[in-house]
Design a protein around this ligand. Structure first.
Ligand SMILES: *Cc1c(COP(=O)(O)O)cnc(C)c1O
Ligand SMILES: [Zn+2]
Length: 419
């Protein structure tokens, strides 16, 4: 007998179960991101027979990353951060001309809601997982943007947050975290030291640290960058995508996301070639791609691009494999070049990005010079963060504005000099 209760759909949020990417070992949904058998990363398991929406159904949904919910790791209704995602895809003919490619678009996550970086996406999925798993405190180890995103989204969700950053981050990143009222801890050391401490803290206190024990759910949020690029290009794919790399999650998940949309028949043709950019002062993934090896050699970071300064990247080998498997490449850019990249994007496209975006732009120029980006390419640059958070990088670089008295004579003199 079927009772009325049985017919009611359970709409509460349930995270997908997990399986090891390396050995296949599976386990129930939990705040655990590492396989107990082989220490490989756990990933959410999707039902291959689940029903998928078509392009029209997706296009009719609200403009957030949840419009791709069938490819996000939950059953039921998400309750938190429902307004993140669907950032602009901006075409830049001027930058395409400078690079010598057919067309170029900027995926502009520098205006991501609510905290102005692509980290809002991964925090949206991780916080929904935290709530569904019954965790009462969240946090992260961060190079800056993740701290901003966790602090902002935890505040409005009502989670206490413990946030750990290197002691010497940019002022904008520190203030843009502290303002939301989390427990903010500055750790004497590099990001990699911060990360190690946080792994211990997750075990010790039972917290949900979004990029540590919730990493399996966190990473899936990055796929939505790929989904949005495909939809915003009119349900087709670019020929090349350039993205900055820190832990290597974004690039890995771009490959996964494009692959999932191809498999679903939402787009057709060749998957884009993936290109990763790092600062020369912290380029362990670039080195791995270029050497063809399969284990990351950790480095001690030394670059102004703090947001991507991860010396021992958790997803480094997967990022390198995604890049090489796509027919792409990786490039390391010196700090002066990435600072120049910030200026070029601003002057050609009217978008002010932070240091990581500067690495993407400078990386694209290096790839074009090497003939890897070509005249017939349709290129998307992933601009992942906002320049107002890292104004230090431009200190002493931009011309100083003249100061004049409020008199038309002085302006006339200035104007005559500038002609
Ligand atoms: C974290 C971050 C990245 C790269 O992230 P991974 O997924 O760890 O490689 C890129 N850009 C910005 C601005 C970031 O904050
Ligand atoms: Zn395993």
């Amino acid at each position: 007998m079927t009772s009325l209760l049985d017919l009611e759909v359970d709409r509460s949020l349930r995270p997908h179960s997990l399986a090891c990417r390396l050995c296949g070992q599976s386990r129930a949904a939990a705040a655990v991101a590492i396989c107990e058998e082989c220490l490989g990363p756990l990933e959410p398991v999707y039902d291959p027979d689940r029903s998928l929406p078509d392009a029209r159904a997706i296009a009719a949904r609200p403009q957030s990353l949840w419009r791709y919910r069938e490819w996000l790791p939950f059953e039921g209704e998400p309750t938190l951060s429902l307004d993140t995602g669907f950032t602009p895809l901006v075409e830049s003919p001027a930058l395409a001309r400078r690079l010598g490619v057919a067309r170029l678009w900027v995926k502009n996550d520098s205006v991501s809601h609510p905290s102005l970086s692509f980290k809002d996406r991964v925090v949206s999925t991780a916080l929904n997982a935290a709530r569904a798993l019954g965790l009462d405190t969240v946090g992260c180890a961060s190079t800056g943007n993740l701290a901003n995103a966790v602090a902002a989204q935890a505040a409005r969700a009502g989670f206490p947050a413990w946030i750990f950053i290197p002691h010497d981050l940019e002022l904008g990143k520190v203030v843009g975290t502290a303002v939301y009222g989390p427990h903010l801890v500055r750790v004497r050391g590099t990001y990699d030291d911060v990360n190690r401490l946080c792994s211990q803290a997750a075990d010790r206190f039972g917290w949900g640290l979004v990029n540590i024990n919730l990493r399996s759910y966190y990473g899936e949020g990055s796929k939505t960058v790929a989904f949005e690029i495909a939809e915003q290009l009119g349900w087709r794919l670019p020929s090349a995508v350039v993205a900055p790399m820190a832990g290597g999650s974004l690039v890995t998940k771009l490959g996964k996301g494009f692959g999932e949309f191809l498999q679903a028949g939402l787009v057709s043709g060749a998957a884009p070639r993936l290109y990763g950019a790092q600062a020369a002062g912290c380029a362990p993934i670039v080195r791995l791609v270029q050497s063809g090896g399969d284990t990351v050699e950790p480095v001690i970071p030394n670059t102004v691009a703090r947001s991507i300064a991860i010396g021992n990247p958790a997803d480094g080998r997967f990022a390198a494999a995604a890049i090489r498997g796509s027919g792409g490449w990786a490039t390391a850019v010196p700090d002066p070049d990435l600072v120049n990249g910030i200026r070029i994007l601003a002057e050609t496209t009217g978008i002010f990005t932070e240091t990581a975006g500067g690495a993407t732009v400078a990386g694209a120029f290096a790839l074009a010079r090497e003939g890897r980006l070509r005249a017939d390419d349709e290129v998307v640059l992933c601009i992942t963060g906002n320049g107002l958070k890292t104004v230090e990088a431009l200190q002493g670089v931009l011309p100083e504005a003249p100061i004049i008295a409020p008199r038309i004579r002085e302006l006339e003199a200035l104007h005559a000099r500038d002609l």
